[in-house]
Structure formats: structure tokens, C-alpha cells
Design a protein around this ligand. Structure first.
Ligand code: TA6
Length: 290
């Protein structure tokens, strides 16, 4: 198994995978042919208070801006630690993996008065699939339960958003953040992109497929323990209002992530929650007869 090298807050596995301890965020993933799969804005900030615009955001314990915490919670805006003594993770064959842990600060206890253990394993399978596994445990000593929402907000790098389609979300209900979170039903027989999209698809299937026609590549996203899927592209007008988004960059990115948004998770001290998101990249000769 490849051993990671470390430079300050950056952990690298050869040239295939890079993780920033700031945010516990995968920011770079490429295959043996130097094809890159994740978008990172050329205007991204790599230090607090802004999350790094791109890669895979770990959104916890909140999703969105409704609530007391910062947008999408604090996990993506904190420095994580390497977990030197991880508990056994579910058996997965991996070429390389790193275990991280988010230790809460006294400041965070003031804004979210709960004690938790959040462990994240980032791994590459022998076939180059990117696997993220999260384990969150309630360790409140006051017997109190806590409630949270979660998302692996993944910025896929695509050739041209207008040439991308997503399969597996058709006929699903979704919450439309462009219509005050109104619940609607997907009518299309596949999801295509012609303007800003900001949706949370509900009770999505365990696998969805993102087909990047121009790059002749297909991403398969598989999820466990997460019912929903967030899909976002700001398009031109909204992108111009986001300081850490470069001009026209909206064309080469699509945010899709396994999530728990509609119904928050609530559990009591001692209970542990686990979720996983796995991404494979297959040539686009992929027939969508899945
Ligand atoms: O998942 C979509 C979304 O909630 C959008 O509304 C947009 O705010 C996006 O997340 C990015 O949020 P951020 O806080 O990273 O700018």
C-alpha cells in the first residue's frame, strides 16, 4: 500500500490523491494517465474562514444556511488531524488510505454544544476508485441526543456543463433551493444543465451516473447510508457573485454529492452513524442500461 507524504496541512499519495487537513478535504484526484477528476477554482482560498472552493466538502453538522452555524456547518472550515489510532473500518481493499479525525474545539462547543467523534477514511481502491467513509459517534456525557445533516459536496471536473447529463435521478422528488426549497418532481428522463441548478434529490438510488460527453468519461457515484443527492451548478450570474469562483469556471464543474438533508439524523450518546460515497470513473462507452 502506498504510504502518504505530508507537507504541513497537505497529505499526498504519489501524484494521484491530495487531501488538505483544512476541511478534511480531498482536493486532487487523478488516474495513472494524469486525468484529473475534481474541480478546484483558480480563485480558491486555502485557509480559514472560507472552505476551499472545489474538491470534496465535508458538510457537517448542518447543510445549507438554515440554522445557527455557518453555511454547511463547521467541519469543512476546521483543521482536521491525522487519526493515528483509527478503529477498524469496514473491510475495503484499498491501495492507499488515510484516516482523519475532527476534534472539536471549545469554540465549537459553544456554537454546537455536543461532543462527537468524527472519523473520515479517504481511500483509493486497487482500481482507482475514490472511497470516503465517515463515522460519527455521539459521545455526549450529558445523555443528550444530537441532530445533524451531512453531505459529501463533490466538485466534479467536466469538459462543458452543457454537455453533461446525470442518470438515476429521473422521477425523483427534489427540494428546489431556487424556489425556496419547494418540493417538486423531476420530469426529465435524464438531468441536463442549461441554467443554474440547486436541488436536493430525495430518496435517490444507491448509484447515480454523471456522463461527461465531451471528455468521453462517466462518473459512477455509489452511496451507502445517505438517502439524498445534492446537485448544484451556479451558472454564470450566480457564479459572478461568488468571490472564489473564477470567470466562466461554472462551465467546467458540477457539484454532486451523497447527502442526508431532508430528514436529519438524530441519535443518542453511544450511537454511531456511518456513511460512504464511492466514485468510479469509466470510459463513456458506458451504456446507461444500468
Ligand atoms: O449544495 C448547493 C449549495 O447549497 C448552493 O446553494 C451553494 O450555496 C453551494 O452549496 C455552495 O455553497 P458554499 O457555501 O460552498 O459557497
Amino acid at each position: 500500500m502506498a504510504a502518504p507524504s505530508r507537507c504541513n496541512h497537505l497529505i499526498m499519495f504519489d501524484s494521484s490523491l491530495m487531501i488538505y487537513l483544512y476541511g478534511g478535504q480531498v482536493i486532487f484526484w487523478e488516474n495513472d494517465y494524469q486525468e484529473q477528476f475534481l474541480f478546484v477554482s483558480r480563485k480558491a482560498s486555502f485557509k480559514p474562514p472560507k472552505a476551499i472552493r472545489g474538491g470534496i466538502h465535508i458538510c457537517f453538522p448542518q447543510f445549507g444556511s438554515h440554522g445557527l452555524l455557518e453555511q454547511h456547518g463547521f467541519a469543512r472550515n476546521r483543521i482536521w488531524s491525522v487519526d493515528e489510532n483509527p478503529p477498524p473500518f469496514p473491510a475495503t481493499t484499498s491501495n492507499c488510505h488515510i484516516d482523519l479525525i475532527l476534534k472539536q474545539s471549545l469554540e465549537d462547543l459553544k456554537i454546537w454544544p455536543h461532543r462527537y467523534e468524527f472519523r473520515l477514511r479517504v481511500a483509493l481502491s486497487p482500481t482507482g476508485d475514490l472511497m470516503l467513509t465517515s463515522r460519527i459517534k455521539n459521545i455526549n456525557e450529558d445523555g443528550k441526543p444530537f441532530k445533524f445533516r451531512f453531505s459529501y459536496q463533490t466538485y466534479f471536473l467536466v469538459s462543458d456543463i452543457s454537455e453533461v447529463r446525470v442518470e438515476g435521478l429521473e422521477t425523483l422528488d427534489y427540494l428546489d433551493n431556487l424556489q425556496n426549497g419547494e418540493r417538486r418532481t423531476e420530469q426529465g428522463d435524464t438531468v441536463v444543465f442549461e441554467s443554474e441548478v440547486d436541488k436536493v434529490y430525495l430518496s435517490a438510488p444507491p448509484k447515480i451516473v454523471i456522463i461527461d460527453h465531451d471528455k468521453k468519461r462517466t462518473f459512477e457515484l455509489r452511496k451507502e447510508g445517505l438517502p439524498d443527492v445534492v446537485v448544484w451548478n451556479p451558472w454564470d450570474k450566480r457564479a459572478k457573485t461568488i468571490p472564489d469562483f473564477g470567470e466562466e469556471e461554472y462551465r467546467c464543474m458540477l457539484c454532486v454529492g451523497a447527502a442526508q438533508v431532508e430528514k436529519p439524523i438524530t441519535f443518542r450518546p453511544g450511537e454511531e452513524w456511518q456513511s460512504r460515497q464511492e466514485i468510479s470513473v469509466v470510459p463513456s462507452s458506458y451504456s446507461s442500461g444500468h
